[in-house]
Design a protein around this ligand. Structure first.
Ligand SMILES: Cc1cc2nc3c(=O)[nH]c(=O)nc-3n(C[C@H](O)[C@H](O)[C@H](O)COP(=O)(O)OP(=O)(O)OC[C@H]3O[C@@H](n4cnc5c(N)ncnc54)[C@H](O)[C@@H]3O)c2cc1C
Length: 462
């Protein structure tokens, strides 16, 4: 039996970051991972492989639609799907091996196998029981299921199957217009697949600023997406490798069907905490297998902590990482803290969509007096030069104090641009602070400055 200060269960972005930070802070730490490779959902079957496929297909789109306009003539590249899959796997391997290297460098012990907690202070991995002063649950999440839809990861797939389809489908039905469904839908739409999204609600990407969501949906339609909104999927039948999706329209209860080669079930994710033994330990749980924690990431059982997708909050890799770091600080006797008001969200479609802070709808509901500064990418020279003039930056600021309350961007590099506003919000900046900051020309970031200017005396290029 080995003895540690901390044992982290799960080596996703929450768990591996927590383990590395614990080691850096002088704690003796082990991380349990049942998967063959480190990095969790994010590196193996989530953020990283999906971005690799988005990158490859984005270049295909550029070659097909924009190269000739720039005088780059010739045949567009043809798609070698097995090679694209191999590229994706290389990207995954490079990243997961990188975490293995970081574990060695920081002297984090990798306990290989599936872990459970037989009692507080003990973690069982295979036949071995290890001791720990503190245990951190970082076991992440798994795709949520839907009644009537049986996943076989061949014809009816979750995001995991969608990342590794045997061939490019001619038609794809995506159930759920959330981030994962729209990103994977984009990959296949660019590869020539007919993509139809069936969504229960009347708007895509729930929780997003409504103006941005509307513009985003329009752009996706232009890219060939079809949307069936307000439709509740009843069941999916599979026969001879083809799927039939039956849905009911909420407005009149009428039923209809859709045929597809592949169906992607993308109705969200739920915490993966079964099998840890939490019930027997008396760990207080929330609905759907979510672990309840206090402000210091501790459960109601002393010495047992939880972070990442297994606990409340947005299911995002960077949120899990921040909690991992903060929990490590707490375990080392410091003051770990996560500012949940400033967690950006990004959709890596083209154009990208990014947001941080409050939406206009949230401000209205809270009765807060606010002002809006908006700037279209059409007024940004760099965006026009790369055929990305669609979209806009929208900054929401307090009407009286000018303090930045939120920002919503749809346009080129939105996922990078948003961080200027994250920093501004962390520092309690006003829109004027952003507007008075010199921005290099010609960059996409000038659009952020112009939106900040629009909160005051007005943008220059609009
Ligand atoms: C297709 C897809 C795309 C995504 N894209 C993005 C994105 O672009 N940006 C973003 O921020 N987020 C993205 N996400 C979400 C992101 O992957 C998760 O929010 C993040 O991985 C959560 O981190 P975590 O450490 O909490 O858990 P996970 O990454 O799920 O890691 C948990 C790990 O714990 C292991 N484990 C579980 N139980 C045990 C046990 N009992 N013993 C040992 N090991 C165990 C699992 O094998 C797993 O490796 C995406 C998700 C998917 C599915």
């Amino acid at each position: 039996m080995a003895s540690f200060d901390v044992i982290v269960i799960g080596a996703g972005p929450g768990g591996y970051v927590c383990a590395i930070r614990c080691a850096q802070l002088g704690l003796k730490v082990a991380c349990v991972e049942g998967r063959e490779t480190l990095g969790g959902t994010c590196l193996n079957i989530g953020c990283i492989p999906s971005k690799a496929l988005l990158n490859a297909t984005h270049h295909l789109h550029e070659a097909e639609h924009n190269f000739a306009k720039m005088g780059l003539k010739g045949k567009s590249p043809s798609v070698d799907w097995p090679q694209m899959q191999a590229y994706k796997q290389d990207v995954v391997d490079g990243n997961t091996k990188g975490i293995e290297f970081l574990f060695k460098k920081n002297k984090v012990t990798w306990l290989k196998g599936w872990g459970s907690i037989p009692e507080a202070g003990k973690v069982k991995v295979g036949d071995e029981v290890h001791e720990a002063k503190s245990i951190v649950i970082a076991t992440g999440s798994e795709p949520a299921s839907l009644p009537g839809v049986e996943v076989d990861e061949q014809t009816v797939v979750t995001s995991t199957g969608a990342l590794s389809l045997g061939k490019i489908p001619k038609s794809l039905v995506v159930i759920g217009a959330g981030v994962i469904g729209l990103e994977m839908g984009s990959v296949y739409a660019r590869l020539g697949t007919k993509v139809t999204v069936v969504e229960y609600l009347d708007a895509i990407t729930p929780g997003m600023d409504a103006e941005v969501a509307k513009a985003f949906q329009k752009m996706l339609v232009k890219q060939g997406f079809e949307f069936i909104m307000g439709a509740a999927v009843q069941k999916v039948d599979v026969a001879k490798g083809k799927a039939t999706v039956t849905y009911k329209l909420r407005k009149d209860d009428s039923e209809a069907t859709l045929e597809a080669d592949t169906v992607l079930l993308a109705t969200g994710r739920k915490p993966y905490t079964a099998g840890l033994g939490l019930e027997a330990l008396g760990v207080e749980m929330l609905p759907r297998g979510m672990v309840k924690i206090d402000d210091h990431f501790q459960t109601n059982v002393k010495g047992i902590y939880a972070i990442g997708d297994a606990v409340p909050g947005p299911m995002l890799a960077h949120k899990a990482e921040d909690e991992g770091m903060a929990a490590a600080e707490v375990l080392a006797g410091k003051h770990g803290h996560v500012n949940y008001a400033v967690i950006p969200g990004v959709i890596y479609t083209s154009p990208e969509v990014a947001s941080v802070g409050q939406t206009e709808e949230q401000l209205k509901e809270a009765g807060r007096a606010y002002k809006v500064g908006k700037f279209p990418f059409m007024g940004n020279a760099r965006a026009k030069a790369v055929f990305m003039g669609e979209g806009f930056v929208k900054i929401l600021a307090d009407k009286d104090t000018d303090r930045v309350l939120g920002c919503h961007i749809i346009g080129p590099a939105a996922g990078d641009l948003i961080h200027e506003i994250c920093v501004a919000m962390e520092f309690g900046a006003s829109a004027q602070d952003v507007a008075l900051t010199c921005h290099a020309h010609p960059t996409f970031s000038e659009a952020v400055r112009e939106a900040a200017l629009a909160c005051g005396d007005g943008a220059i290029h609009a």
